[in-house]
Design a protein around this ligand. Sequence first.
Ligand code: FPP
Length: 234
Amino acid sequence: MSIPRHVAIVMDGNGRWARARRLPRAAGHERGVERIHEVALACARRGVEYLSLYAFSTENWNRPRREVDGLLRLLSALMDRDVKTYVQDNLRLRLVGTVERLDRAFQEKVQAAIDLTRDNTGLTVCIAFDYGSRDEITRAARELAAGGIRPEQVTEEVVSQHLLTAGMPDVDLLVRCGGEIRLSNFLLWQSAYAELYFTEVLWPDFGEKELDMALDEFARRSRRFGSLDSGGSS
Ligand code: FPP
């Protein structure tokens, strides 16, 4: 079975999951964070090399202060608590996004967590925090211009190397849960050739079974893509 090297997930639906249970939205986000570790381990067992998760977009700063603070606390908990188990589980942590808007102590905590898992050799869990594709591409263009690059030196490879995902392979499978059918400014450049998979399942309910459904669909599509004698019907 063909396994994607890089899976990206838009973890949507935490709020609706909580509302359905008459719980505060924060409870949905908490459950969502628990899912991250479970899905990461399941991906690692299946041979996925990179798992990118959209945890906080550049637009999420516009949410009510209380919710933003709650999400920051959850990121902080992930750095403190979960990262220790990442070491045991041979998972590597990477952050894709800017940490500029986080206070200094928080930035140091993020860096310490990344450093702690640097030598691991298993799946890389890539948390997209304060991330937006347009922002990322704009920054890359700005960086290249500031470096005085000549127009003919601007290639796709050079642009890729200036993105926050530098060194990572392109996304092979992009999953969005929560029923919306859009990309929401997530890894647009990196997903140029990705298979897209949308599911109604809310992120706090997304587990191993849902992951396998997405991987099966990916394998089916890859097989079709590779076939020359399918009669051109797909
Ligand atoms: C969308 O749910 C979810 C997010 C804002 C991103 C995913 C966040 C988590 C899994 C928890 C935080 C994780 C970290 C590492 C900080 P929503 O609130 O938009 O749900 P809704 O569409 O049902 O309202």
